[in-house]
Design a protein around this ligand. Sequence first.
Ligand code: NDP
Ligand code: PYR
Ligand code: MG
Length: 537
Amino acid sequence: MYSRSQGFEILSDARHNKSVAFSRQERELFNLRGLLPYSSVTQDVQVKRIMDGLKRKSSDIEKYLLLSLLHDRNERLFYRVVTEYVEEVMPIIYTPTVGQACKEFSNNFKRTRGFYITPEDKGEIRKILDNWPEDYVKVIVVTDGERILGLGDLGANGMGIPIGKLELYCACAGIHPYECLPVMLDVGTNNQELLDDILYLGYPFNRIKGEEYFELVDEFVMAIQDKYPKALIQFEDFLTPNAYALLNKYKDKVLCFNDDIQGTAAVALSGVYASTRITNVAFKDLKVMFLGAGSAATGIADLMVAAYMKEGLTKKQAESQLWFVDVNGLVVESRDDLMEHNLPYAHLHPQMSFEEAIDDIQPHILIGATGVAGTFTQTVIEKMTKYNERPVIFALSNPTSKAECTAEQAYEWSNGKAIFASGSPFAPVNYKGTEYRPGQGNNAYVFPGIGLGAIISNAKNIPDELFLEAAKTLSEQVTEDDINAGALYPKLSEIRNHSLEIAIRVADAAFELKIAKGHKPHNLRKFVKDYMFDPKY
Ligand SMILES: NC(=O)C1=CN([C@@H]2O[C@H](COP(=O)(O)OP(=O)(O)OC[C@H]3O[C@@H](n4cnc5c(N)ncnc54)[C@H](OP(=O)(O)O)[C@@H]3O)[C@@H](O)[C@H]2O)C=CC1
Ligand SMILES: CC(=O)C(=O)O
Ligand SMILES: [Mg+2]
């Protein structure tokens, strides 16, 4: 990799720094003699040093900080570590540890990463965007920090999420680091604890809302369209009403998607497809019950409707197989507290509690997206087991502390019958001598590949068909071994290959649908593979 920096400058330039891996020749060329210890080592040895260092750390947050410093110092080494040890490292740079990192973001702040926009920048967003040093940004992950995982309003501390998501774009889909832009739309926070904290670094006022809020977001979207017209905008961890309002406003006009609504939908649908290989229930006959009726759960239901319709069901029939329960019980037509996105699933049915609804509807699949731990109780799992030989249980809430139930609970309470997946990782569980491998139903399995496919094809927008394609592709990556271990998702260690497959199919579908602005490469697979960033020196 070519660099114009010399001497100390190149050692503090994370993009080009190789540190003790600089060869004798490079040390001569870049005026590095005397600045490094004698040994010139391979990147493999550097990786070993990092992994040994991680093992010596006694807490996950310390590991997060070590990796974050590495990212600041030597980008290629950081990504080499993440790609090679993705199973060990993903729970650190992503959920669950990223949740804690967000909570402590201001306390641990050392070096800036990403772009911050506040209400004081109104009218000048396009101008200040020129302060960002990169010309070829292709993927932007933006949050306003109001619904960070299941942790609520973390204000500007939520910046850990765009940073973490973009690290996965690079590690899992080979997007080049310089093509990534994490953005915090810091519109304030209503979290009083943060406002009272002298160390809090965000805009220290209550959130702006209504017209003022939507105008600021619009100015941001337009500024991005102007400076980076080919960039994909991923909306992340917005509060549900805002998430829907923004998605509906921009999804047909701008290359964008909402990860919590649409990415989650694709990964959950993929798991649902895979589950039918174990349960042998035909996909079009599946009855699904959701606990939580927010953006994640509704996004899944909406994509399932599209998937059912491809199997010949009418929209009405499809919707009738999907049931929601929220804090106030079963979502039914007679309720007057529902939001617009709930209405297609508010069936003409008596109002009842969650447990009563399981007895009444007898769903094949239970999907939790509440952000509330312990909501899948022993009784809930037992009821699901009563009605299904193999009950399918998704506890999607993040981080781990918010999961609706643990993997161990699901297997124990179902006497080993449950097919379990969760948003944050759980280790395999040995129950009565059999090892069960929970799958990780997290949008991280799909958003990197979807994003890569969208930018490769230079798509105008991302319609549902592309999310369906991603779901199908991922489910096809689930092997017989995975199925035999009760896992609905393939092993994370192969995620780069899965992202590649998703990207190819998504790009291909974009060309088929004629929403791709570019020309289809003669050999799409080779084109995508060649595009992908390889962190090896
Ligand atoms: N695995 C993955 O890939 C993803 C996981 N998630 C996780 O899903 C969770 C929810 O996210 P999101 O949908 O955006 O959030 P929302 O706030 O939009 O949705 C939460 C829903 O759960 C309901 N709820 C809250 N408490 C209970 C309860 N005790 N019983 C029944 N329902 C309850 C809420 O009702 P009300 O509004 O009335 O309080 C609301 O309908 C988060 O923890 C998030 O981390 C999100 C995206 C991706
Ligand atoms: C995974 C994710 O996007 C979330 O929990 O919000
Ligand atoms: Mg999210």
